[in-house]
Structures are given as structure tokens and as C-alpha cells.
Design a protein around this ligand. Structure first.
Ligand code: ATP
Ligand code: MG
Length: 399
């Protein structure tokens, strides 16, 4: 027997009150994008769920793709039939027969959304269960821990039968929480910060600071590859590569060594914030984790954060490195992150960066250079790449 559709449950979105329609529309759009290679699929939504009609497409690949889409709580392969007891019994038997293995046990869990239906849930369970028992050989009922729980949902428009629930990715549909700019370095942390933001519905554009010849084309490719891994969760992502060499050299020449890192971070944030404004995004995202390195102390954050009042999301702020690595492995970014290519900050990292920099001091050191002009120049020379799942390097300069 073939499953004719997949029933998708929304979970958290269902509680979003007046915004629910917006969330559901967004989720539908995201699902369509991920499943664009399957034009035969049919989409039908009701208040709290989505029915994906398979129209003979192979359900296995589709199940695999659905698992990475945020905003889906769970989903099930399902059969739809008329809300009529003989039809329901036939379909239930067919579903079970196609699935069961020796020594399997089952139970029927009927639910009646349509209260006009002549049988109540107990009667439904009984009638369907005994029809299955009569027509199979070695299947027994186990109401506590069955291997197959056949769920039968009788609605007025139709009845839906499902045998197995797949866990969805949870979270909120990407794009439903607005857009933010992710500062992506090439290390382990920032891709994880990007993933967790996507999970809460944030649409991403990525910013990377690139300092040739101190950092190589291969380091850039690493960032493209990391961005590409993130596209699995929310579709294509714009990657802005900012030429950062001149600013880093200027900081190196003008700012006392133990303050160079504070200044570097401040310049990154200034540029990122300007790009954010021009791309109409609402926030910045970093992979910072409290106390992990000198630039990630609270004192450093005070000195660095001063350049903008834009919200900065730091999804990893309270996480331990081991927890971050675990997620990086799960989402497939870890092995890319540990490729041994230099990034612009490791090269310029001072031996003894200030762990408690003073805002007043760093502002004074920077006041001797016209950094604003350099910041504008860097922004004018940004290279923007649209990273999609398939094509890694389609260049387009948006500025
Ligand atoms: P990561 O593992 O993400 O590199 P990290 O622990 O090495 O983080 P830092 O190098 O101090 O920490 O960087 C802190 C954050 O600043 C990064 O998570 C990232 O968001 C941002 N950042 C650092 N370097 C760059 C860069 N070259 N381009 C873009 N963002 C950067
Ligand atoms: Mg780093």
C-alpha cells in the first residue's frame, strides 16, 4: 500500500494568535522551496496542519528533507479516506498490512473531530481493532506499549490514518522572526550561532571579514562552505565579504598592542551595522560565549558594543565549548570549521589582549585615525555572493 500524503503538525506556531496565518504561510513557502525539485506535490493547509499530497513521489527523500525544516513539530505518513466506517476499516487494515512484521503488536487510537460521526471513539477503536485482528494472522493488541499505534482521525472533510510520527526540527519557520546579519568567522562557534538563530525563525545574511594576503582564498572558501551548510535549514543565503586588510593594518600601526583586538571588534561591528542597515535587517548575530576568550568578557563587551545600539544576538553566550561542538557536529559544520586555515583575527591576535579594556581609552586611541573613511571604503568594496545549496559561487555585487 502506498501512503498518499504526509500530515505535518506545526506545534509552537499554532499558539501564535493573530500572527498564526503569517507563520503558516511562511512555513508553506519554506517547505515549497526545499521541495522545489518535486513539482508534483500538492499542498493543502487547514488551521493547524498542512497536508502534503505525494502524488506518487517517493516519500523517503521527502521525509528526509522535511526533518530539517524549522517550524515543523512532527509529521506522519498518512492515508486519507472517506469518513465512512467501512472505508475506514478497509484503509486501516491496508495500512497495518503494509507495515507489520512478525511479533508486532498494535493498538488503534481513534479521535473524533467530527462529533456528528455516528460512532464514538471507543466504538471506533473496537470496530477497527477487531477488523484488523480478524484479517491478520499473528498480530496482537497491546494497549500500553504497542509497536504500531494506528491513529485514526475522523474529521468532517475526511478521515486520516497514520502509523508513525517523525520528529520535526521544531523552532519557528525561517523568516517569520525577521532578518539579521550573522558575523561568520570560519571558526566553530559562529555557524552554530547562525543555526540556532535560524531555528528561532531568523532569516540570515552573512558577513565575513577577509584580510588578504594574510588570509587566503582557501579561508574564504571555508566560509562559503560553512554558509552552504546553513542553507539546508532555510534556503539560499547572501554572503557579504568585507575587505578588512587596510583597517587591520591601520589598527596594528596606530593602536597600542593590547587594545588592537578591542578596536578590531569595534570596527567589525561598525561595518556590520552599516551593512545591516542597507540590507534592512534588524539585528546582528555573533558566536560569542561568555569568558571564552579575552574579547568575550563582559568588560570587553561594554567597550565593543558601544559602537552601536542595534540588538546583538549571542545565542551561545552561556554555552560551554563542548556543548557548542556537539551542535556543530550535528549540523555538519564542525569538520569544515576545523580545516586548518588562518582567519584574519588569529593572525593579528596580540600576545596579551586586554581582558578588561576601558571604553574611554579605546575611543581615544581610535580618535587619531579617520576610521570612518576606511569603514565606508570597506563597505563600498564588499563582494556579495548568493550561496545556494547547489551552486557555491554565483557572484553578484549588490553595492
Ligand atoms: P568563532 O568560533 O565563531 O570564530 P571564536 O570563539 O573564535 O568564534 P572570536 O574569534 O573572538 O571567537 O570571535 C567572536 C565572534 O566575532 C565570532 O563568533 C564571529 O561572530 C565574529 N567574528 C570573528 N572574526 C570574524 C570574521 N573574520 N568575520 C566575521 N565575523 C567574525
Ligand atoms: Mg574565531
Amino acid at each position: 500500500m502506498k501512503f498518499d500524503h504526509i500530515l505535518i503538525r506545526f506545534g509552537e506556531i499554532s499558539t501564535k494568535g493573530r500572527n498564526r496565518k503569517k507563520f503558516v504561510d511562511r512555513l508553506k513557502r519554506n517547505i515549497r522551496e526545499v521541495l522545489a525539485d518535486y513539482p508534483n506535490l500538492g499542498y493543502e493547509s487547514t488551521r493547524d496542519r498542512l497536508y502534503l499530497h505525494l502524488h506518487d513521489e517517493d516519500h523517503e527523500v521527502i521525509v528526509k528533507k522535511l526533518k530539517s525544516i524549522f517550524g515543523i513539530q512532527s509529521f506522519s505518513l498518512a492515508i486519507k479516506c472517506e469518513s465512512e466506517i467501512t472505508k475506514i476499516k478497509e484503509s486501516a487494515l491496508e495500512a497495518i498490512k503494509s507495515l507489520y512484521q512478525p511479533n508486532d503488536t498494535f493498538k488503534v487510537t481513534a479521535k473524533r473531530a467530527n462529533k456528528q460521526f455516528p460512532l464514538d471513539t471507543n466504538e471506533l477503536n473496537y470496530q477497527i481493532g477487531s477488523h484488523i485482528l480478524k484479517n491478520t494472522d499473528d498480530l496482537t493488541v497491546d494497549v500500553k506499549t504497542p509497536t504500531i499505534n494506528l491513529r485514526v482521525e475522523v474529521r468532517s472533510e475526511a478521515t486520516y490514518l497514520t502509523c508513525y510520527d517523525y520528529k520535526g526540527a521544531g523552532g519557528l519557520p525561517v523568516g517569520s522572526s525577521g532578518k539579521a546579519m550573522l558575523l561568520l568567522s570560519g571558526g566553530i562557534d559562529s555557524p552554530v550561532a547562525g543555526y540556532l538563530s535560524l531555528k528561532r525563525g531568523v532569516e540570515l545574511e552573512v558577513i565575513h571579514f577577509f584580510s588578504p594576503p594574510y588570509t587566503s582564498e582557501r579561508a574564504k572558501q571555508k566560509v562559503i562552505d560553512l554558509t552552504q551548510e546553513l542553507t539546508a535549514f532555510g534556503g539560499s543565503i547572501k554572503l557579504h565579504i568585507v575587505p578588512f586588510t587596510i583597517i587591520q593594518e591601520k589598527i596594528q600601526a596606530q593602536v597600542p598592542e593590547n587594545y588592537t583586538m578591542t578596536s578590531t571588534r569595534r570596527m567589525m561591528l561598525k561595518i556590520a551595522d552599516k551593512l545591516r542597515e542597507s540590507r534592512q535587517a534588524l539585528a546582528l548575530i555573533t558566536g560569542e560565549s561568555l569568558g571564552q576568550v579575552a574579547s568575550q568578557t563582559l568588560e570587553s563587551m561594554v567597550a565593543i558594543n558601544d559602537v552601536t545600539s542595534t540588538p546583538i544576538l549571542r545565542p551561545l553566550i552561556t554555552m560551554d565549548k563542548t556543548e557548542i561542538i556537539e551542535i556543530a557536529k550535528k549540523i555538519g559544520t564542525h569538520d569544515i570549521s576545523i580545516r586548518p586555515f588562518e582567519d584574519c583575527c588569529t593572525i593579528f591576535t596580540p600576545a596579551n589582549p586586554k581582558t578588561k579594556p576601558k571604553l574611554q581609552k579605546v575611543s581615544r586611541f581610535e580618535s587619531f585615525v579617520d576610521f570612518d573613511e576606511l569603514v565606508d571604503e570597506a563597505i563600498n568594496n564588499v563582494e556579495t555572493i548568493t550561496v545556494t545549496k547547489e551552486q557555491k559561487d554565483e557572484f553578484s555585487n549588490l553595492f
